[in-house]
Design a protein around this ligand. Structure first.
Ligand code: HEC
Length: 177
């Protein structure tokens, strides 16, 4: 009565094989999932400043031509924690910015500029101001200006035309292209 037909053994054996096969097959499915999604960005300390700078689609002179000095003045609230803007006002954490457009870099008498900015040379042209405000530490590696940068090109143009207005004789704007 305990003797089973070979077909029963066959069926049992087949069922076990089928179960093993399912197990292997599902393992293969799991293994087929990539461990990490492709294109995962590793964090890097050096990159964000560069990524923050968008590709300038509109040339700077065109942005300056339609920029708004009043908006720029409002946007310089963040700069005013470190900079004074009035003629003859004393330096704060940063140098006075009255007349900074076309002023020689690192030239405010008595201000302790970083060696990096002193070594940069030349005047604060519209282009250089734009690059510096985009990312101070990218334009002047080693600057002691502790400001992260303004990534919006339109806002930078507003700031720059406001800086330009802080002068006895404002520098002419570059011709729009
Ligand atoms: C946390 C303080 C701080 C903030 C905020 C700040 N700055 Fe400065 N800035 C400095 C310091 C310090 C220097 C001198 C940098 C050096 O010597 O490397 C400087 C230098 C500059 C210079 C060069 C001036 C010169 O005489 O060569 C310009 C232009 C300037 N800042 C513009 C700005 C503008 C525009 C903003 C706002 C969008 C701003 N800064 C925000 C601290 C600051």
């Amino acid at each position: 009565m305990f003797l089973l037909d070979y077909r029963v053994y066959g069926a049992l054996f087949g069922a076990i094989l089928f179960a093993l096969f399912l197990g292997l097959f599902s393992n293969a499915l799991v293994v087929a999932q990539p461990a990490n999604p492709p294109g995962f960005d590793l964090p890097s300390g050096a990159e964000p400043a560069k990524k923050a700078a968008p590709v300038a689609a509109v040339p700077l002179p065109n942005l300056l031509a339609k920029a708004d000095a009043d908006k720029g003045k409002a946007l310089t609230k963040v700069c005013a924690t470190c900079h004074s803007f009035d003629k003859g006002a004393p330096a704060k954490v940063g140098p006075n910015l009255y007349g900074v457009v076309e002023r020689a870099k690192a030239s405010e008498a008595g201000f302790g500029y970083s060696d990096a900015l002193k070594a940069k040379g030349g005047k604060w042209t519209f282009e250089d101001l734009d690059a510096f405000i985009t990312s101070p530490k990218t334009f002047v590696a080693g600057t002691k200006m502790g400001f992260g940068g303004e990534p919006d090109a339109g806002k930078r143009a507003d700031i720059i035309v406001y800086l330009r207005s802080l002068s006895d004789a404002p520098v002419p704007l570059p011709a729009a292209k």
